[in-house]
Design a protein around this ligand. Structure first.
Ligand code: HEC
Ligand code: HEC
Length: 284
């Protein structure tokens, strides 16, 4: 083949240069990624000792608890029996198919139902995010019913971002969350077929609920690990990731400079190959 012959000849040098440049670029790219990951993981294990003081806490409280209305418990019970009790039992005390929910707290119930993880269709795989089957009022009613059965567990957090800081949130996020969710929040596969999902669909409340309740294989961060102010800072940073101010750069799925660099490498390699092909062609 003509093209093949050319590739075997003069084009080899420019193409080799292109490949070398790309490999160099990739090495830089992955070094950056590794550095970010190791920062994250080393500090994740030390999550207990995170002290990011100095966030101004003036103004209203960064987190208040949603008050559940006892008048909705009856509706919640009906919804629970129809949609949940086949697996969790009528009084949420668990069966061989699904765990006990009593005493987990309203935040846990609210997180699993509002993210569409529950009710579960297939109990053999990690519950996935899907549009919730219930309205917000119905979800709060289910929360009220299950929390009326036993006390304990975190309450549903209402996050106030007024006094929260994106830069403090970014530091806390890279220390405590990026190892699993990546620094841009797109999510990543973890060991054992588990994945840390993208954080882009999560609401403020869901982010705070995930932090405080530790769903599935995610660690739980209690008030001793992260203060309410720090949770609000992280929530503000996650919200920022969802809607970054695109000041410069190409919008490549909000993944920022890493993707831009990577796309640059691909475009660079492509044009080097074309240039090489052209030089090779002219030499004949
Ligand atoms: C088909 C069976 C099934 C149905 C129906 C179901 N669940 Fe579940 N649920 C499970 C299983 C299995 C788990 C454990 C899954 C896991 O950890 O990933 C679970 C986990 C949960 C958890 C997390 C428990 C924990 O320890 O963190 C909550 C909360 C929950 N379910 C609430 C509900 C509610 C509320 C409903 C009804 C709206 C419901 N589930 C319907 C099977 C079911
Ligand atoms: C050890 C890995 C790990 C760390 C560290 C971690 N997460 Fe997670 N996170 C997970 C996994 C796994 C899930 C999915 C749980 C499931 O669905 O069973 C998850 C789920 C979530 C969700 C739910 C998103 C959705 O799909 O609804 C949010 C929000 C979240 N994490 C935020 C955070 C934040 C904020 C931090 C840091 C404070 C953090 N995570 C730290 C592993 C991690």
């Amino acid at each position: 083949m003509k093209f093949r012959k050319k590739l075997g000849g003069r084009v080899v040098v420019p193409v080799a240069l292109g490949v070398a440049a790309s490999v160099g670029g990739l090495a830089l790219f992955s070094q950056g990624a590794v550095a970010a990951t190791s920062t994250g993981s080393s500090s994740t294990s030390g999550a207990n000792s995170v002290t990011y003081g100095g966030t101004s806490g003036a103004g209203s409280a960064p987190i208040t608890n949603v008050k559940l209305n006892p008048a909705t418990i009856a509706l919640g019970k009906t919804l629970f029996v129809e949609n949940c009790s086949s697996c969790h039992g009528d009084t949420a005390s668990g069966t061989s198919r699904a765990p006990n929910l009593q005493g987990l707290g309203a935040a846990t119930i609210d997180f699993w139902v509002s993210t569409g993880r529950m009710p579960l269709a297939d109990p053999t795989v990690q519950a996935t995010v899907k549009p919730s089957r219930f309205t917000k009022q119905q979800t709060l009613a289910i929360d009220a019913y299950v929390s009326s059965l036993a006390s304990g567990g975190p309450k549903i957090p209402e996050v106030n971002l007024g006094s929260a800081s994106i830069s403090a949130g970014e530091g806390l996020f890279s220390t405590n969350c990026a190892a699993c969710h990546t620094i841009t929040g797109v999510g990543d596969a973890l060991a054992g077929g588990v994945y840390a999902p993208s954080l882009y669909p999560a609401t403020k409340t869901q982010v705070a609920e995930a932090i405080r309740t530790g769903p599935g294989n995610m660690p739980r961060f209690g008030p001793g690990n992260l203060s309410n102010q720090q949770v609000a800072d992280i929530v503000k940073y996650v919200k920022y990731l969802q809607h970054p101010n695109n000041a410069g750069g190409i919008g490549l799925g909000h993944v920022g400079p890493v993707t831009e660099g990577f796309v640059g490498i691909l475009i660079g390699l492509g044009s080097l190959m074309i240039a090489g092909y052209w030089i090779g062609g002219r030499a004949h």
